[in-house]
Design a protein around this ligand. Structure first.
Ligand code: COS
Length: 390
């Protein structure tokens, strides 16, 4: 300690014993259950049922939710720590988990009525049922308020009609939070409502699975609603308040995404360091080349910055403070970093990195979507700048 410094004036960056234990147990789970199936998932484009079961038994599907609903109650910081560790495995696992925890069931936890939460959250936390988040449409991606899926009421029920697309986890999910227009004039300000929809009910169907550049094992597909009936008590929040529910949920999703970026980048950095010490060229390990050292130093610096941003924003979230701008900053910074780290690590591995067997090219392909989904990084800049220029 500095002479003269006062301990009670210090900020406390130490993790609690509980969070340290959580981090360690998730790391062990990743090494024991997820690493061994990495290649199988990549080859088959499926997460094996036994692995989904292991994730369920580990309690992963209830991590961020309150204990009174059967969740782990680890808060936003605990959830981010868990996702950081899960980021060390194939990206598909945190993707499947994120579709359910970070946004699907999260929308229910944020704005659902007490009756809805008591009825549905326990089975969602247990992983007995899975949820997804249906906002995007073919003509409404970044411009989320431009959705055209309509919800008409006959007084007893709402009937949904429209198509949602690129919905992560819709193939596995039993339920979706679906955002639909209830007043065309009001749109984002009072015209969009969030509905809790049973995906196996009449009027709901899934479109075909879409082939992607990466993230094998985590699927997206269309959800098609043809006058799908939803009871009035299955509205999440108030009629017309759905856009705000979507944005508040995405704040959480963006933060969680940032945590995964920290973990995947840290893991790749460790691999690059090990490789640079072993790989001999010009008679010495490439780790002795300043060009490689600088890449390693830059990656470590960016990861350090990213990790602290995530922890700080999660701390704000756990205090109940608004953290929308921090979440946008986290999402923009961490995803750009993860893409750059994957690129630099592939460069350090050289030709070997381009080959399938090193597993680096998979991480490189998987990283690219990070700057696009959960709101493109351009949209994150819009959110940050609007707040500053308001
Ligand atoms: N928390 C609470 N309220 C929020 C909010 C947030 N994070 N973000 C917006 N709102 C509120 C605003 O305050 C505003 O209400 P008031 O006028 O009463 O203040 C209302 O929602 C409309 O917000 P805004 O004017 O910002 O709406 P826009 O139509 O301009 O859209 C963006 C804003 C572009 C930021 C939004 O459409 C967006 O995030 N797009 C990306 C969507 C996305 O991430 N898709 C990913 C696919 S889903 S995984």
């Amino acid at each position: 300690m500095n002479p003269g410094s006062q301990t009670d004036n210090c900020m406390n960056f130490a993790l609690s014993d509980d969070l340290t234990l959580l981090k360690r147990s998730i790391r062990e789970f990743v090494e024991r259950e997820l690493w061994p199936v990495a290649e199988e998932v990549e080859r088959s484009d499926e997460i094996p049922d036994r692995t989904l079961l292991a994730m369920k038994e580990m309690g992963l599907f209830g991590l961020p939710f309150e204990t009174r609903y059967g969740g782990a109650g680890v808060g936003e910081l605990g959830y981010c720590l868990a996702l950081e560790e899960l980021g060390r495995a194939n990206a598909c696992f945190s993707n499947v988990l994120g579709a359910h925890c970070s946004i699907g069931a999260m929308a229910m936890a944020i704005d659902g009525s007490e009756e809805l939460k008591a009825r549905y959250l326990p089975e969602l936390c247990a992983g007995d049922k899975l949820a997804c988040f249906a906002l995007s449409e073919p003509d409404a991606g970044s411009d989320a308020a431009n959705i055209t899926t309509m919800a008409r009421s006959d007084g007893d029920r709402y009937f949904l009609r429209g198509v949602k697309h690129y919905i992560t986890g819709a193939d596995l999910a039993d339920f979706a939070v679906v955002f639909a227009v209830t007043d065309k004039q009001l749109r984002a300000r009072g015209g969009i409502t969030a509905f809790w929809v049973d995906l196996n009910a009449p009027g709901v169907s899934r479109g075909k699975k879409v082939e992607k550049m990466g993230l094998r094992g985590s699927h997206i597909c269309e959800l098609i609603f043809e006058d799908a009936g939803v009871p009035l008590d299955h509205i999440i929040g108030k009629v017309g308040a759905g856009f705000v529910t979507a944005m508040k949920t995405l704040d959480r999703g963006r933060l969680a995404l940032g945590a995964g970026c920290v973990g995947s980048s840290q893991f790749l950095l460790e691999r690059a360091v090990a490789h640079a010490k072993e790989r001999v060229q010009f008679g010495k390990p490439i780790a002795q080349q300043q060009a490689v050292q600088f890449m390693i130093a830059d990656m470590a610096t960016d990861i350090y910055a990213a990790r602290n941003m995530v922890y700080h924003a999660a701390w704000k979230a756990d205090r109940g403070d608004r953290f929308s701008v921090e979440a946008a900053m986290v999402k923009r910074f961490c995803s750009d970093m993860a893409i750059a780290v994957a690129d630099r690590v592939l460069q350090i591995f050289g030709g070997m990195g381009f080959m399938k067997e090193a597993g680096i090219e998979r991480a490189y392909r998987d990283a690219r979507i990070l700057a696009i989904y959960e709101g493109t990084n351009e949209i994150q800049r819009v959110i940050i700048a609007e707040q500053l220029l308001r």
